[in-house]
Design a protein around this ligand. Structure first.
Ligand SMILES: Nc1nc2c(c(=O)[nH]1)N[C@H]1C(S)=C(S)[C@@H](COP(=O)(O)OP(=O)(O)OC[C@H]3O[C@@H](n4cnc5c(=O)[nH]c(N)nc54)[C@H](O)[C@@H]3O)O[C@H]1N2
Ligand SMILES: Nc1nc2c(c(=O)[nH]1)N[C@H]1C(S)=C(S)[C@@H](COP(=O)(O)OP(=O)(O)OC[C@H]3O[C@@H](n4cnc5c(=O)[nH]c(N)nc54)[C@H](O)[C@@H]3O)O[C@H]1N2
Ligand code: SF4
Ligand SMILES: [Mo]
Length: 716
């Protein structure tokens, strides 16, 4: 009798990769059944155990990330003015428009905007494309809106910006952790296990947040300041650390410079004065200072709540000064760290998509850096443009006489996520050419002349650098849908079409003269791009020269700097010296100042903005996932019961929030967890950013997302 076997769908062995979303880069396995995009295709995601950041945990967003791989929400064909077209037509159209704009306005007539979610390979080639093919100085990215203040402050103090300059697992051994303006219980849930381990070992968690968040509720101590007053609070804490005798004098003498000026500058920040400005009771400040001062090992961490201010750099500097006075940075098991960010928030800021930067975290105005990178690119150093405009300044200049008239955008949705978004949307509308590469039709893509459908995480390879500075491997688990191309393929196609720089721009010396040479200069294989990135970064601060795909796979990630293949990588870069010329950390005196826009009679409330667990960033991805919309389906306005009563607002009713920039509506969530002088809105839906203040930090050019003045109105 013939044996009859059931027809089984083909099952591929699970692929070990990482989550598409945040900087924790949780390790996950992806199993695909019945592949090739058939109707029965299923993608099953399970957490990996071997990645220390999440070791078996994932958040809701990670568990459901597969939904966008198989659902019908994807872009699968280029769009020209909203109509499906072939790739050649779309790319030819872009090429012609770029040539026309540059003929009229010069190289800087075309701008590029990137994202911290792009792989290292994409970020690197995007920067190279802007500087060598477009020859434009006008490139920046959404990371400017993210951790730029912490980066600027870390560079100022340590000569290097590496989010956490220690492995995340070090936190479990701390006696105290101060987290200023971070809500990791919602923004990176598996992070909480490291803090919980610390608390189980007897350590204390201190959280600074105007709201009693899920994170603050797990803290031993919650300081609840008025938005925009962290700088005063940090000065007050340092004042107490000094007066209570907690300064590590040996460390200060042996490893730092400049403490005397800081000691003098905080003398006037006595606790009662700080209480008047911040609203934080003196008794709580004393307890926080005592917990930190009494700790053998401790960490001071900042999140966006402390950083996204027009004084974000100085605020982080004040927290770093506190950490330095306590002797923490560079001591095993202790330190200062910035809790980012986007999936490749760290790597995305190292390899040249930033206005002032070349690969390897080099400065674009440093002659030696230009010489090195020009050597790798095969061009004359003089042909690398200088620094360009920062993200908001770039968006603000679009379509103005002196600004860019064309924009190529990869991996961001500024119509929802940029400050003063109504104005930014107007500027985008004034362009001669807007090109958006995306997986879905985001609000910004919906405005574009040309939309290019691109592959996403599980359909492509590449590297991502997580918040610890650990370089990780993103592996391909399934084929992209037909008709979709990777960002690397898009960049290459444009480079080939635009030809050697000399062909369409006056004065440039060509790096490559044939389409074949152009294609080699912009490889589509992530591994080839990475090998070039390694050479471009060699000798820089973020040195990847010794990192290979094989090593990452074998070692579950390699920490930069890693200058050669025999080098073990650098989990704790500051153990012996800081990255400053003399190896010592720098104290910088800073002064408190009010926010760019303070409350007054017409706008009597503070608005602050941030995140909820179920949604990611502008929501372009997560608002398309049913399971996440089931958790939070629409935007809301969180307000205190006293305020609600005073204004006659009921829980669940729509309210209008009005600022000097615009107005937005949301459902009232009456909640005693927030200060009575403050309202909170998430920015995952268009709305919050119609209100926000684009006032910029003078050093980092970070906009003031976290505080502006508003009034509340009842609707109907
Ligand atoms: N669920 C989810 N997770 C994410 C993201 C997401 O969009 N959704 N995005 C990722 C990215 S790119 C980033 S940058 C991180 C951000 O991670 P977090 O920094 O944790 O996120 P936020 O919610 O922006 O801000 C944190 C907290 O700052 C508080 N805050 C507001 N104003 C102030 C202030 O003036 N001072 C202080 N001390 N606190 C203030 C808010 O109440 C909020 O609870 O999250 C990453 N993870
Ligand atoms: N009010 C307020 N505004 C904020 C913040 C805040 O706290 N408050 N936070 C700021 C911060 S920290 C950040 S990081 C920004 C983030 O805000 P955005 O820059 O808007 O970030 P995303 O929403 O992640 O946008 C990424 C877009 O790129 C697409 N995409 C994802 N992966 C890829 C890829 O590999 N290639 C291409 N081509 N596209 C891809 C996604 O589908 C999505 O449309 O928002 C900032 N805006
Ligand atoms: S915490 Fe971040 S990396 Fe981990 S599963 Fe959630 S979104 Fe993904
Ligand atoms: Mo971010």
């Amino acid at each position: 009798m013939p044996l009859s076997l059931p027809v089984l769908a083909p099952v591929k062995a699970p692929t070990a990769t990482h989550c598409p979303y945040c900087a924790l880069q949780c390790g996950m396995n992806i199993a695909v059944e019945a592949p090739e995009h058939g109707p029965d295709e299923t993608v099953t995601i399970t957490p990996r155990q071997d990645i220390p950041a999440n070791a078996g945990g994932l958040c809701q967003k990670g568990w459901t990330a597969g939904e966008l791989l198989t659902g019908g929400q994807r872009l699968t064909t280029p769009l020209l003015h909203g109509e499906p077209v072939g790739w050649d037509e779309a790319l030819d159209f872009i090429t012609d428009r770029i040539r026309a704009v540059q003929a009229e306005h010069g190289p800087d007539g075309v701008a590029v905007f990137g994202g911290g979610g792009l792989t290292n390979e994409k970020a690197y080639l995007l920067g190279k494309f802007a500087r060598t093919v477009l020859r434009t100085s006008q490139i920046d990215y959404n990371g400017r809106f993210c951790m730029s203040s912490a980066a600027a402050a870390s560079n100022r103090a340590f000569g290097m910006d590496r989010g956490l300059p220690f492995p995340i697992t070090d936190l479990a051994g701390a006696d105290a952790v101060l987290l200023a303006g971070g809500n990791v219980a919602e923004t990176m849930p598996p992070f909480v296990r490291h803090l919980a381990a610390m608390r189980e070992n007897g350590g204390q968690l201190i959280v600074i947040d105007p709201r009693a968040t899920a994170t603050a509720r797990q803290a031993d101590l919650h300081l609840q300041p008025t938005p925009g007053t962290d700088l005063a609070l940090a000065l007050g804490l340092l004042h107490l650390v000094i007066t209570e005798g907690h300064v590590d004098e040996d460390y200060v003498a042996g490893r730092t410079n400049g403490f005397d000026a800081v000691r003098t500058s905080v003398a006037a920040w006595w606790p009662e004065r700080v209480e008047r400005i911040t609203g934080v009771p003196v008794s709580l400040m004393r307890r926080a200072a005592a917990a930190l001062g009494g700790a053998r090992r401790a960490a001071v961490l900042t999140g966006r709540g402390a950083e996204q201010h027009a004084k974000g750099t100085d605020t982080v500097t004040a927290f770093i000064n506190l950490a330095l006075a306590l002797g923490l940075p560079g001591r095993p098991g202790s330190g200062y760290g910035c809790v980012t960010g986007q999936g490749n928030g760290q790597g995305g800021r190292e390899h040249g998509q930033k206005a002032d930067q070349l690969p390897g975290y080099r400065k674009i105005d440093d002659p030696a850096a230009r010489e090195h990178v020009a050597g790798v690119w095969g061009i004359d150093p003089d042909d690398i443009p200088g620094p360009g405009r920062s993200a908001y300044e770039l968006l603000d200049a679009l379509g103005t006489p002196a600004g860019p008239h064309a924009l190529l955008l990869f991996g961001s949705n500024p119509v929802v996520s940029a400050p003063r978004a109504g104005h930014v949307t107007e500027r985008l509308g004034a362009l001669d050419l807007l090109v958006v590469s995306d997986l879905v039709l985001s609000e910004t893509a919906a405005m574009a002349d040309v939309v290019l459908p691109t592959t996403q995480w599980a359909e492509e390879g590449g590297t991502m650098t997580n918040l610890e500075g650990r370089v990780l491997l993103r592996r391909r688990a399934l084929a992209p849908p037909p008709g979709v191309r990777s960002d690397l393929e898009i960049i290459q196609a444009l480079a080939v079409r635009l030809g050697a720089p000399a062909e369409h721009l006056p004065g440039a010396r060509p790096a490559w003269t044939t389409p074949e040479e152009a294609a080699r200069a912009f490889p589509v294989e992530p591994r080839e791009a990475f090998d070039e990135l390694r050479r471009a970064s060699a000798g820089g601060i973020a040195d990847y020269a010794g990192i290979t795909y094989e090593r990452i796979a074998a070692e579950t990630g390699v920490f930069w700097p890693c200058p050669d293949p025999g080098h073990p990588g650098t989990p704790r870069p500051f153990l012996d010296r800081f990255a400053t010329p003399d190896g010592r950390a720098r104290f910088t005196p800073v002064e408190h100042r009010p926010p760019g826009e303070d409350v007054d009679e017409a706008y009597p409330l503070y608005l602050t903005t941030g995140r909820v667990l179920a949604h990611y960033q502008s929501g372009a991805q997560t608002r398309r996932i049913a399971a996440l919309n089931a958790v939070v389906a629409e935007t809301f306005v969180e307000l205190h019961p006293d305020l609600a009563e005073r204004l006659g607002v009921e829980h669940g009713r729509t309210v209008r929030v009005v600022s000097r920039r615009g107005e937005a509506e949301g459902v009232a969530r009456v909640n005693p967890a927030i200060r009575a002088d403050t309202v909170f809105m998430p920015f995952h839906w268009a709305g919050a950013n119609l209100l926000t203040n684009p006032e910029l930090d003078p050093v980092s050019r970070m906009p003031e997302f976290k505080v502006c003045a508003v009034r509340l109105e009842r609707v109907g």
